[in-house]
Design a protein around this ligand. Structure first.
Ligand code: GTP
Ligand code: MG
Ligand code: ZN
Length: 344
């Protein structure tokens, strides 16, 4: 077989069973080679939107076949939907992860904290984008903004309305220099509406939220990268109810840096802030410097992270055991074969 010519392309969309890649300014449908699928050990070995891939052209340049994924700069992960312990990649090579949350009934600090933890773990910079400012009762606005800022130490918190356009320029400013971002948030948060506002056209489908509880209807079903007139790029994703913990303790330490700082004042260096004497975190609760809900979120996410780490560790040990077993069988087979050849 003659050597195939390879090209680099960017994965811009992912649908069931297929991809779209951007090559020389045009988008092409793409599939992956059987070899890539066959050798994949986990979902992380498959391409994801934002990936740079190595591909060959077919059908006179109308179709692409993806042979491999180039090394990733950043990778946003979420827990698998189907309960598998494998983490699921959401987007690759993004510079910033926007946690999009509505200031209407969509507002939920605990959910935002989970998404922030995953965002810090991705290697990208998290930004909180509070949408639907026009729907927030004016007397509630300051309190909601403050609560979000307190729960997002180290991250910028933007407030905007995709309806009026107020605050949208600040989102564009975050993408200056042609940065790539990814929008995550629950269904109905207003991700696709903001994409359309940034794109200046109906680039993505949007859907009404249910009136009784502001919940969305899962309008966006696939992941899609949009190139924006401001020069930046945004990956729109389907809303998820739960982001789930699929991360290391590192993202947790960053997203709860406020508690980490307080913990430096605890009497015991390994204080778990659950009733030990001399606990500075408990003292901050007393003075009101720390919200009890915030500590509750921290404890909950820490437990999940520890369970996840334990699972990963167990999986690694089992995988190693599997390899040993296979090796043992190989040795037995060879010994058997030698004996047979010797006529024993
Ligand atoms: N008033 C107002 N409505 C908004 C704003 N942003 C979004 N909406 C509305 O909120 C609803 C949901 O918006 P979408 O953009 O479809 O939400 P989404 O986050 O993409 O949801 P999924 O695709 O299901 O994950 C739509 O009816 C939008 O018109 C806003 O800033 N102000
Ligand atoms: Mg959407
Ligand atoms: Zn403590």
């Amino acid at each position: 077989m003659s050597e195939q010519k390879m090209f680099k392309a960017l994965v811009t969309a992912e649908q069931r069973g297929g991809f779209t890649v951007l090559y020389e300014g045009g988008e092409l449908p793409a599939v992956i080679t059987g070899k890539l699928a066959g050798e994949a050990v986990s979902r992380l070995d498959y391409p994801v939107v934002g990936d740079e891939v190595e591909m060959s052209l077919h059908d006179g340049g109308a179709k692409a076949v993806i042979h491999g994924v180039l090394p990733r700069r950043t990778l946003l992960l979420r827990k698998a939907l189907d309960g598998a312990s494998d983490a699921q990649p959401v987007a690759a090579n993004v510079d910033k992860v926007f946690i999009v949350m509505g200031l209407d009934g969509n507002y939920n600090i605990a959910r935002m904290e989970r998404m922030l933890t995953a965002a810090w773990d991705s290697g990208a910079i998290p930004v909180v984008a509070l949408t639907k400012k026009d729907l927030c009762p004016p007397e509630e606005l300051a309190a909601r903004l403050d609560a979000a800022a307190l729960a997002a130490p180290g991250a910028r918190v933007l407030c905007l309305s995709s309806l009026s356009g107020e605050g949208v320029a600040e989102v564009e400013a975050e993408l200056a220099g042609g940065l790539r971002c990814c929008f995550v948030g629950s269904s109905g948060a207003g991700k696709s509406t903001l994409v359309n506002r940034l794109a200046g056209r109906e680039a993505a489908l949007t859907g009404e939220v249910r009136e009784d509880d502001s919940r969305g209807r899962h309008t966006t079903t696939g992941r899609q990268l949009h190139r924006l007139p401001c020069g930046g790029q945004v990956i729109d994703t389907p809303g998820v109810r739960e982001f789930g913990v699929a991360y290391s303790g590192e993202g947790l330490a960053t997203s709860f840096a406020d508690i980490g700082e307080l913990a430096a004042g605890c009497r015991f260096t390994d204080c778990s802030h659950s009733g030990e004497p001399g606990c500075a975190v408990a003292a901050a609760l007393e003075t009101g410097a720390l919200e009890p809900e915030r500590l509750k979120s921290y404890h909950k996410l820490r437990r999940e992270t520890e369970r996840q780490e334990l699972r990963n560790d167990l999986k690694k040990r089992l995988a190693a055991k599997g390899r040993l077993k296979r090796f043992g069988k190989l040795v037995r087979d060879i010994t058997e074969e030698k004996r047979r050849l010797r006529g024993g």
